[in-house]
Ligand binder design. Structure first.
Ligand code: 5GP
Ligand code: MN
Length: 339
């Protein structure tokens, strides 16, 4: 689909432009890796490029090359909005609808800049002039690699770009183990290592920089883990009190939901995290096989994502949210027991 527009995009990028790159709210490794990878690439062609995230991101991502240039809309609102108002082009990366950027939604919706979407989430909105959407892709970082390839510029991938893109492919594939990981993904990753991504250092930076509190919080989460064997489901709760007790900081709960899915025979795993400040329960859902947590989240939890990984939220109290989750399981009895 995007291929037919590549000549237009080449033409568009042939002269220096004012460009803003935006990922989704609560950016993860793929969101930060893809935006910074694209940032370094576009800088090479003399564009004036800014990366604006809706809000802050975890410390384990605060080493990625170029990370210090990132502007945060929630704390640097004026500067961000001026850049967006003056932008010729806005790249929207790793999300499928403006509401995924939280408070940036109206600013993006009202902007007259040309939009280019690069994303792998299901059911994308059609706000973009040029839309590169592919739900079969492992990550937006892999798509940025293919995007650079389609523009005929693989030679411009240097160690910085390679490091950014490797990071997001690694985090979005659960270190190359989710079913979205293809032989093409591995070929891309191999090329990124050849181009200077230090794979073992990147794994260390992301996964081996835990605080003691974070591991204690993980212990608390595992203590709270419950299973519903008749529906092959497992869930974890973390109350605001639990989070406070272990001095929660952003990113501390990342990946915890996967422990539920690591249980033998479990097909569906959920985590419910209380956020008193936002007045919501943040929900992450994960699944094995063809059970679609994207559909479950769209139908019941005001969210979405991918077949095997989705997010959502609930405005009910924690206890009621869990009760709601348990009460909808019979609806999915067949799918869960045949997944
Ligand atoms: P997480 O559980 O890690 O927050 O999200 C899992 C996946 O679902 C990620 O790819 C994330 O971008 C996506 N996701 C999370 N929340 C939402 C949401 O509210 N709507 C949609 N469409 N996708 C979401
Ligand atoms: Mn992603």
């Amino acid at each position: 689909m995007i291929k037919q527009y590549i000549p237009n995009i080449k033409q568009l990028l042939a002269t220096p432009k004012k460009i803003v790159i935006v990922p989704h709210k609560n950016p993860d490794g793929d969101a930060i890796g893809s935006t910074l990878g694209l940032f370094h690439y576009l800088k090479k062609y003399n564009h004036n490029v800014s990366v604006i995230t809706p809000n802050d991101y975890p410390n384990f991502l605060k080493w990625i090359p170029g990370e210090s240039v990132i502007l945060k809309h929630d704390s640097q609102t004026k500067q961000c909005e001026t850049l967006i108002a003056e932008a010729d082009i806005i790249f929207t990366l790793d999300f499928n609808a403006f509401h995924r950027t939280g408070n940036m939604e109206p600013i993006l919706a009202n902007s007259s800049a040309l939009k280019i979407m690069i994303d792998h989430h299901q059911a994308p909105d059609d706000y973009a002039t040029y839309m590169y959407s592919d739900v079969s892709m492992s990550s937006t970082c892999e798509m940025v690699y293919h995007f650079i390839d389609m523009l005929g510029h693989l030679n411009s991938i240097d160690a910085n770009i390679a490091t950014c893109l490797y990071t997001g492919i690694m985090t979005d594939t659960g270190s190359f183990r989710f079913s979205s990981t293809t032989s093409t993904t591995h070929n891309v990753v191999a090329t990124l290592i050849e181009k200077g991504a230090n794979n073992s250092q990147i794994h260390n930076n992301v996964y081996d920089t835990n605080s003691y509190n974070r591991l204690q919080l993980l212990g608390c989460a595992l203590n709270n883990l419950k299973i519903v064997p008749e529906y092959k489901a497992a869930y974890i709760t973390l109350s605001q009190e639990d989070l406070n007790k272990y001095n929660y900081t952003k990113g501390d709960t990342e990946g915890v939901v996967n422990y539920g899915l690591s249980l033998d025979g479990i097909v569906l795993a959920a985590i419910f995290i209380e956020d008193k400040q936002e007045g919501i329960i943040k929900i992450s859902l994960r699944s094995k096989g063809n059970f679609s947590v994207n559909e479950m989240s769209r139908a019941h939890f005001d969210g979405g994502g991918h077949t095997n990984a989705a997010g959502g939220k609930s405005y009910l109290p924690l206890k009621d949210t869990v009760e709601k989750f348990i009460s909808i399981l019979p609806e999915y009895n067949k799918a869960l027991n045949n997944a």
